[in-house]
Write a protein that binds this ligand. Sequence first.
Ligand SMILES: NC(=O)C1=CN([C@@H]2O[C@H](COP(=O)(O)OP(=O)(O)OC[C@H]3O[C@@H](n4cnc5c(N)ncnc54)[C@H](OP(=O)(O)O)[C@@H]3O)[C@@H](O)[C@H]2O)[C@@H](O)CC1
Ligand SMILES: [K+]
Length: 526
Amino acid sequence: MPELLTADQMRAVERAAIDNGRVTGLDLMERAGRGVIAAMLEHWPHFAVTPGRAAVLCGPGNNGGDGFVVARLLRDRGWDVTVFAYGEVAKLPPDAAINAQGWTETAPVQPASLFTDLREECDLIVDAILGIGATRPLQGAIEATVKFLNEYKPGERKPRDRCRIVSVDLPTGLCSDSGRPLGSAVRADLTVTFHRAKPGHYLSDGPAHCGRLSVQPLGLDREPTYPHETVSATLIGEETLKRGQVPCLGKRAGGHKFSHGHAVVAAGSVGKGGAARLSARAALRIGAGLVTVAPPPAALIENAAHLDAIMLHAIRDARGLEEMLTDERIKALCLGPGLGGDRARDLVPVALAASRGTVLDADALSAFADDPQELFAMLHDRCVLTPHGGEFARLFPDIADRLDAMPARGPAFSRMDAARAAAARAGCTVLLKGPDTVVADPDGRISLNPAVYARAAPWLATAGSGDVLSGMIAGLLARGDTPHEAAATAAWLHTECALEFGPGLIAEDLPEQIPAVLRRLSANSP
Ligand SMILES: NC(=O)C1=CN([C@@H]2O[C@H](COP(=O)(O)OP(=O)(O)OC[C@H]3O[C@@H](n4cnc5c(N)ncnc54)[C@H](OP(=O)(O)O)[C@@H]3O)[C@@H](O)[C@H]2O)[C@@H](O)CC1
Ligand SMILES: [K+]
């Protein structure tokens, strides 16, 4: 499912279902526990055949309640289970208390202090200490447990990689809304969450702490009360693209090149044109009808030696660009890759005054680091800014500081919050790059491109890869996508191209994978 829900939104969905009388909290807890077992067996099928020894760590809230359900279900499957409790069992919330009582009627509960003395070899440790209710940095017994777990070596006969750590809903200590550890957080092998993934499973350090991620149903999908406004962010995927994007990626029959848009990529001085050419190639491959590279006159020959299908048009300075933009058929502009700071400061104001779809990247962002406000005053709602972390910090230093500050309490300020705040200030779409690329609009709309878990593509961290992304966005803007659609679609396709090629990738390879990815998308289209 493409929606990501914050802790508050998840609670609202659960509350609405319970208030409507369709389900009880106890039912949901039972389903959550069963989901944990199902995910565990799916990932490690041998656990179904050979039950082993498990430690289940139950916290002071409903996450702990899920833990008691898991403990019972494991024992029913023949596991030797020891439960450790964090906090007083008598003070558990009602549904958790019922499950805890069921357990204590038949088996003891060990105090948390004994867990860090654990010398037995476990096959499985279930982390049900804290879930979406973690609100402050870990301390005391919980912090000691997390440290112990993250360094756990259960004896020589059973190396660590044979003992699996499964976190229920979230690794304890990980902030559900930001993916940032509240002080410290468990590093799990598998995290099993419920109904929908939370932003923290995808953002920042979240994936490294979750290990692998499984989203288990709670039977809430048909809830008629599922409030649309609870959707905080969309995880970009084939499913979201299919809703609106794929038909647009295919070209209309009978169309001519101008009906698919003309994109212009401004290029820099002699010897600096490679980045702009990469952007231009990506814009053409993604389906813009025409693409022109616009270098200074001195760099015309250099670019001509490299380009065929892409056109060339020399522009000396801002006046040259102004004249070029009298051609109304130019639908999109890309400025920044290899442009150089001085040329960027010269060209960007004219480009923005033309009110076309405009991608600003690299030098076009850094050129305004001294006075970001000057840039913000010129931006309009057809723009996309594509900063990486460093460029973001130069344009939005106060927002970046909030991301860097150690979170004192949860929910911590997230990369989604940062991108949203930046988009509101800039008045246009902001794409904040990373393995968790966030696309934010001034109205708060967020899309997240996950290049983590099965889509991890570490080889995308290569020179020129960002230039290709800018070009892809410009190409889609030329074709008529909205800034948000263009940025979100390009971010997703960019990762798909990297996955299609695999290790050894260099930036030149990325545009060349676009046809294969588009072919696969159209083949999968209904
Ligand atoms: N919502 C749903 O749809 C469903 C939810 N389900 C499950 O419930 C979980 C949410 O339960 P929850 O709200 O009780 O929160 P949870 O994570 O157990 O923690 C709260 C407790 O921790 C405490 N505490 C907080 N920070 C702390 C710290 N640093 N160090 C120490 N203590 C700390 C906090 O204390 P307080 O801050 O109140 O003093 C409170 O006692 C959810 O993750 C999922 O597993 C499923 O059963 C099915 C459907
Ligand atoms: K947990």
